[in-house]
Design a protein around this ligand. Structure first.
Ligand SMILES: Nc1ncnc2c1ncn2[C@@H]1O[C@H](COP(=O)(O)OP(=O)(O)OP(=O)(O)O)[C@@H](O)[C@H]1O
Length: 315
């Protein structure tokens, strides 16, 4: 069974704003699924519909086979959502916070204690039990927040930007925990993130959306492969004017978009084998000075930009 199935979903707010526009996607059971998209793409609207806070305008959405419009109660027992705003009570201890959560789900004491001990061990929280919660770092609080939401053993866990604002150490620790949730508990994880490296490291499937609909959904590896043939890297000589070059290359008919990092320009093109030679020749004719040019292995950033960037806009 698919964990989440979305078919032709639309959401129009009262203001008339169409936030979702014929979105279709599927999330498999026990996978880590990352949703990416520029600001305003419709990610929050989608999560709010999937977690039953918002009603869709049209389309069909099912969670573990249950319809979001007619079976909200059953769905709420199957999912948990960790929003960006933490839900920890600083006046309670770590264990009290977890047990409070278990009462919301009406777990009996023996089950609650068993789950709590398993989660404290799995999330590396044992050493923090004796400390005051107010003294926890943001990363540890986030970890506790996720452990609390796992007390109900949800089938699907929604994580809204789980590592936003964290330093790289805490971010890596969080990645290990997200993988552990999938491996040890078999939970399907649906996460949103603005960090493409994070989506790349964690995800079985990545979906990139824009303007309320899906642009692409695939494994990170396949997405990189997709762009691999379509990205040319040019390292300009420092004497070249980067802005002039950026404008010139953007205007070429076969260039779909560019990304500039100081003297380096990444150009997304239609046909690497053919366009690489044409570009090389045009640059020589124009006597543009560069130290190297080549087809490169793209990062997920290149995939994201090539799909969401309009022609000629540099980032
Ligand atoms: N309650 C609302 N009423 C009217 N328009 C809304 C409402 N909520 C969101 N929108 C609009 O719907 C569109 C999608 O918004 P949404 O918050 O879902 O995008 P997002 O991808 O989560 O963006 P971000 O990454 O900035 O959080 C935006 O144009 C937004 O301004």
């Amino acid at each position: 069974m698919e964990a989440i199935s979305i078919n032709n979903l639309s959401k129009v707010y009262k203001s008339g704003k169409k936030a979702l526009d014929g979105l279709s996607l599927t999330v498999k059971e026990s996978e880590i699924f990352s949703l990416l998209g520029p600001n305003g793409a419709g990610k929050s609207t989608l999560i709010n519909i999937l977690t039953t806070y918002l009603q869709p305008t049209a389309g069909k959405v099912s969670i573990m086979g249950k319809d979001v419009c007619t079976e909200q109660k059953s769905i709420c027992c199957l999912i948990a959502c960790v929003a960006q705003k933490e839900s920890i009570d600083n006046h309670l201890s770590l264990k009290e916070n977890m047990l409070f959560q278990s009462r919301l789900y009406k777990l009996d004491t023996a089950t609650a204690n068993k789950r709590m001990d398993a989660l404290i061990a799995a999330f590396g929280l044992k050493e923090y039990e004796k400390h005051r919660i107010a003294a926890y770092s943001g990363g540890i609080k986030r970890r506790l927040d996720i452990a609390m939401s796992m007390m109900s053993f949800p089938k699907i866990l929604f994580l809204d930007e789980p590592t936003v604002g964290m330093d790289i150490e805490s971010r890596k620790a969080m990645w290990d925990i997200v993988k552990k949730i999938k491996d040890d508990f078999g939970t399907t994880i649906f996460l949103t993130t603005h960090y493409l490296e994070e989506a790349d490291m964690l995800s079985d499937t990545v979906c990139i959306m824009q303007d309320g609909h899906q642009l692409v959904q695939d494994t990170p590896e396949n997405l990189r492969q997709h762009t691999h043939q379509n990205t040319i890297r040019i390292d300009l000589d420092s004497s070249e004017n980067q802005r002039d070059f950026g404008n010139w290359i953007s205007d070429l008919q076969f260039v779909r978009g560019i990304r500039q990092e100081q003297n380096t320009v990444y150009a997304n093109i239609q046909n690497a084998a053919q366009d690489f030679h044409i570009l090389n020749q045009l640059m020589m004719d124009k006597q543009i000075r560069y130290s190297s040019i080549g087809i490169v292995t793209p990062s997920l950033d290149d995939v994201f930009l090539s799909l969401t960037q309009s022609k000629g806009r540099s980032v």
